[in-house]
Design a protein around this ligand. Structure first.
Ligand code: SDX
Length: 427
C-alpha cells in the first residue's frame, strides 16, 4: 500500500504523504498543498476531512463499531460505570480502585455551585429551553472559577476538568427544576455520580427519594453510550473554540450550543415529538415514511441516518434492548415504543432508506427511556450533554496537550470582484 499520493497539477507533480492510523485508517497530509501549489481543498461539512489525530475514540462507520480508548462500547456498557468511563476518556486507561476513588473525591470536592448562579437561573423565563439555560450557566462558571480559565499545566487542566464534572450535573438539574417550578437541589457526596444526578433532578423537599437500581442502571448505561463520539459537530466545536485558548467552560458552553441543534443532539427530543405526532395521527408510519422521502417536504425521519455510520449505530442496538428491559421492569406500556419499532421495521425494509444506508442512530430510542424515567422531553438533550461532557473534556485536553494551532479554515471566494466605492447620490 503506497505511503503517498502524487498530485499532478499544471504540469508539476507534488508528493503528498499518506498517514496510517492505529486501526489502519489512511489520511492524505495536505499541510504543504497551498504553499506548493496555491490550491486549497473544499469539503462542505468536512465529510472527507480529518481535523486532528486523536487517541480517544474510534468509529468504524461501515461495520457499525465504536470503542473508547480501545475498549468496545458493548463491553463498557455491560461492565463499566459512567464515572469509570469518564476516567478512561480523560486519563486514557481504566483506573485502579485507588485511582477511581481519588477521581471521585476530586469531583466531589467541586460539586458545590455558587448561590449567585441561582440569581442568573432565576432571570430566565420558565419557558426558556433548558439547553439555552445550560449553555449560559456553563459559560457563567468562568466568572466564578477564574483559576479554571487560563490553564496550561496538566494539573490546572485536570482541576478545571473535575471542577466542571462536579458542577455540571447540578447545573443540568437546575434547568429541569426551573422547567418544573421546583426549588433547586444540591449534591450529596454519599451517593454515586449517577445516583446524585438522579436525586438532583427529582428529589422533592421533605421527600425520601427511592433510588430504584433499574432506573439508576439504565441512566448509567445511557450516559456511557453518550460519553464520546470522536469529531462530531459539538466535539469539533469544543476543539475549535478551545484552539484559541479560550477556557474549558467557554469551550464546553459552545459545544452545548452545537449539540442543541435538531440535526445533532437535539434529535432525541425531536424523535419523541415525531413519535407522539405519529401516535396522535393514528399511528400511520407509512404516511411519515412518505413525508421523509418527499424532497418537497422538509420532514426528516428524526433518529435515523448518520454522517459516519452507514450500518446500525451500535449504541442504538444497546439502547433498544435497554428500553425494552426498563419499560418491562417498570411495568410501563408505552405505545411510542411500539410505534418506534414499527417505524424502524418499515424504514429498514424501504428502498429509499436502504439505498442511503439510513439506520436508527443513538437518538432513536434514548428518548423512550428518558420518558420512562419521567424526564421531560425538552430535557432530553440536556441529558445527552451530561453524558457527552467527559468526551468534550477529553477532546479539549487532547487538543491543548498536543499544542494544536488555532483552527482557521480557508474558503473559496465567489463574491463580487474588486470594485470602487460609489457615493450614495450616484447609486
Ligand atoms: C447525532 O456525528 C456524530 O457522531 C453525531 C452523534 C454523536 O454521538 O455525537 O452520533 C449524535 O447527532 C446523531 C444524529 C442525530 N440526528 C438525527 O437523527 C436527525 C436526522 N438525521 C439526518 O438529519 C441526517 O441523517 C444526519 C444529519 C444525521 C446526517 O446527515 P448527512 O451525513 O449530512 O447526510 P445527508 O444529509 O447528506 O443525507 C444523505 C441522503 C440525502 O438524500 P439524497 O440527497 O441522497 O437524496 O440521505 C437523506 C438525505 O436527504 N437522509 C434522510 C435522513 N437522513 C439523511 N432522509 C430522511 N430522513 C433522514 N433522517
Amino acid at each position: 500500500m503506497s505511503d503517498k499520493v502524487i498530485l499532478n497539477y499544471n504540469g508539476s507533480e507534488l508528493d503528498l504523504p499518506v498517514s496510517t492510523g492505529s486501526m489502519d485508517e489512511k489520511a492524505i497530509d495536505i499541510s504543504k498543498l497551498r504553499s506548493a501549489t496555491g490550491l486549497i481543498t473544499m469539503d462542505p461539512g468536512y465529510k472527507n476531512t480529518g481535523s486532528c489525530e486523536s487517541k480517544i475514540t474510534f468509529l468504524d462507520g461501515e461495520e457499525g463499531k465504536l470503542m473508547y480508548r480501545g475498549y468496545p462500547i458493548e463491553q463498557l456498557a455491560e461492565k463499566s460505570s459512567f464515572v469509570e468511563v469518564m476516567y478512561l476518556l480523560i486519563k486514557g486507561n481504566l483506573p485502579t480502585q485507588a485511582e477511581l476513588d481519588k477521581f471521585v473525591n476530586d469531583i466531589n470536592e467541586y460539586n458545590y455551585v455558587s448561590e449567585d448562579l441561582i440569581k442568573i437561573l432565576d432571570a430566565f423565563p420558565s419557558s426558556a429551553h433548558p439547553m439555552g439555560v445550560l449553555t449560559s450557566l456553563t459559560a457563567a462558571l468562568s466568572a466564578f472559577n477564574p483559576k479554571c480559565v487560563d490553564v496550561s499545566s496538566e494539573e490546572e487542566m485536570y482541576r478545571a476538568a473535575v471542577t466542571l464534572l462536579g458542577k455540571f450535573p447540578v447545573l443540568a438539574s437546575w434547568t429541569q427544576r426551573k422547567v418544573k417550578g421546583l426549588p433547586v437541589n444540591y449534591s450529596n457526596d454519599k451517593l454515586s455520580y449517577v445516583e446524585n444526578l438522579y436525586q438532583l433532578l427529582f428529589k422533592k423537599p421533605g421527600q425520601e427519594l427511592d433510588l430504584d437500581p433499574v432506573i439508576i442502571d439504565a441512566l448509567d448505561k445511557l450516559l456511557i453510550l453518550h460519553a464520546d463520539h470522536e469529531q462530531n459537530c459539538s466535539a469539533s466545536t469544543v476543539r475549535l473554540v478551545g484552539s484559541s485558548h479560550a477556557g474549558l467552560f467557554a469551550s464546553i458552553s459552545a459545544g452545548i450550543s452545537a449539540l442543541w441543534g435538531p440535526l445533532h443532539g437535539g434529535a432525541n427530543q425531536a424523535v419523541l415529538e415525531m413519535l407522539e405526532d405519529i401516535k396522535n395521527d393514528g399511528g400511520d408510519v407509512e404516511k411519515y415514511l412518505a413525508k421523509a422521502k418527499d424532497k418537497n417536504d422538509p420532514f426528516r425521519l428524526m433518529g435515523f441516518g448518520h454522517r459516519v455510520y452507514k450500518n446500525f449505530d451500535p449504541r442504538a442496538k444497546i439502547i433498544k434492548v435497554a428500553a425494552d428491559n426498563v419499560l418491562e421492569k417498570l411495568g410501563i406500556n408505552d405505545p411510542t415504543l411500539e410505534i418506534a419499532k414499527k417505524l424502524e421495521k418499515a424504514a429498514l425494509e424501504d428502498e429509499y432508506f436502504k439505498s442511503r444506508n439510513l439506520y436508527p442512530n443513538v437518538d432513536f430510542y434514548s428518548g423512550i427511556i428518558y420518558k420512562a424515567l419521567d424526564i421531560p422531553t425538552e430535557m432530553f438533550t440536556v441529558m445527552f450533554a451530561v453524558g457527552r461532557l467527559p468526551g468534550w473534556i477529553a477532546q479539549w485536553m487532547e487538543m491543548r496537550q498536543n499544542n494544536e494551532p488555532i483552527g482557521r479554515p480557508r474558503q473559496l471566494y465567489t463574491g463580487a470582484p474588486l470594485r470602487d466605492y460609489v457615493d450614495i447620490e450616484k447609486r
